[in-house]
Design a protein around this ligand. Structure first.
Ligand code: TRP
Length: 335
């Protein structure tokens, strides 16, 4: 029996951070052993709100590819590919646009939220409003069984499933119903930024990057949001909403010791600096090997591009098969 298919991707708009790691990268490293996994560098989608800055997208294709390799996404097990080099995705997008209403696109809660934050004003790029359709094509061209994503991407997988059903109804059974795979807990799905103000994100400037140096990491950990009412060491402190403890819950392997720290902090007598120093150690142990592997891969960017070329070739083969079936089903297979 053939393996089930998984597809995920990221917009190459900046380097990946530890929030990406706990929310999705870790899962991909596991899934690649069990499934046929495609990991996409969504450069076309990145251009939907960076049309004026193609160099940024271009540069980040390599950055994100390096992050993938550094954390252990293995090109022998996963096909890592570049979206823009699969023209069949663009072709499917055009066909799929007929299966979606403008009103449906305007209701997409993630897109709505993004539009609010992007300050497009009255000139929302049509490509941006329509990117969920393009993302449906990303998912359906490989006929993915599973799409591992954060909660914010659930509307996209739902959109893809709707398009798949409608396509099948109009033209015949071609597509499977893609299912989302979500992070194992809310804490993993929404790792807070170091400022404790919201989810970790590049645009909020509150991220710890996988490629951060040891010094940067130390500075970031030392500046982390804790309990603002924990003024003197003797004071009892709060661990709820305290980012340092949230991170220890996610990254600390020694659960018993973390519990001890929590108890001590809540009783009073444990200073923030001490807990932060321990968290730094925990994160440094986690990031050090990733950083090292990343530097090794970064020495040979040609090799990385070659790997992407091979992954893209694999994805393209699948795309070719899919589009043949789609064209036949749609009665546009003329010659
Ligand atoms: N929209 C996703 C993000 O912003 C990236 C993405 C593009 C994606 N195509 C995809 C994710 C297909 C999963 C499946 O992170």
């Amino acid at each position: 029996m053939s393996k089930k298919i998984v597809l995920t991707g990221d917009r190459p708009t900046g380097p990946l951070h530890v929030g990406h790691y706990v929310g999705s990268l870790k899962k991909r490293i596991e899934l690649q052993h069990e499934y046929k996994q495609f990991v996409m560098l969504a450069d076309v989608q990145a251009l939907t709100d960076n049309a004026d800055n193609p160099q940024k997208v271009r540069d980040n294709v390599l950055e994100v590819a390096l992050d993938y390799l550094a954390v252990g996404i293995d090109p022998k097990l996963s096909s890592i590919f570049i979206q823009s080099l699969i023209p069949e995705i663009a072709e499917l997008t055009v066909f799929f646009l007929n299966l979606v209403s403008v009103a449906r696109l305007e209701r997409n809660p993630t897109v709505k939220d993004e539009i609010k934050h992007r300050e497009f004003g009255k000139s929302i790029p049509a490509g941006f409003l329509c990117y969920p359709v393009s993302q449906s094509a990303d998912i359906l061209f490989v006929n993915a069984d599973y799409v591992p994503v954060g909660y914010d991407q659930l509307p996209m997988v739902e959109q893809a499933a709707e398009i798949a059903r409608k396509f099948n109804r109009f033209y015949g059974e071609i597509f499977k119903d893609p299912k989302p795979l979500t992070p194992k807990s809310d804490m993993h799905a929404r790792l807070p930024g170091i400022d404790g103000l919201g989810k970790m994100s590049k645009s909020l400037g509150n991220a710890i990057y996988l490629k951060d140096s040891s010094d940067d990491l130390r500075k970031k950990v030392m500046s982390m949001y804790t309990d603002p009412d924990h003024v003197r060491v003797e004071d009892p402190g709060k661990i709820e909403g305290n980012v340092v403890f949230t991170y220890l819950d996610v990254f600390g392997d020694n659960k018993a010791y973390v519990q001890e720290l929590k108890d001590h902090y809540q009783r009073g007598g444990l200073g923030d600096v001490k807990v932060k120093k321990y968290l730094f150690e925990v994160l440094e142990n986690f990031l050090e090997p990733i950083r090292k592997r990343r530097l090794e891969f970064a020495q040979d960017p040609d090799q990385v591009m070659k790997m992407l070329k091979e992954g893209t070739r694999e994805a393209r083969n699948v795309a070719h098969e899919t589009i043949k079936k789609v064209r036949a089903a749609m009665r546009i297979d003329y010659f």
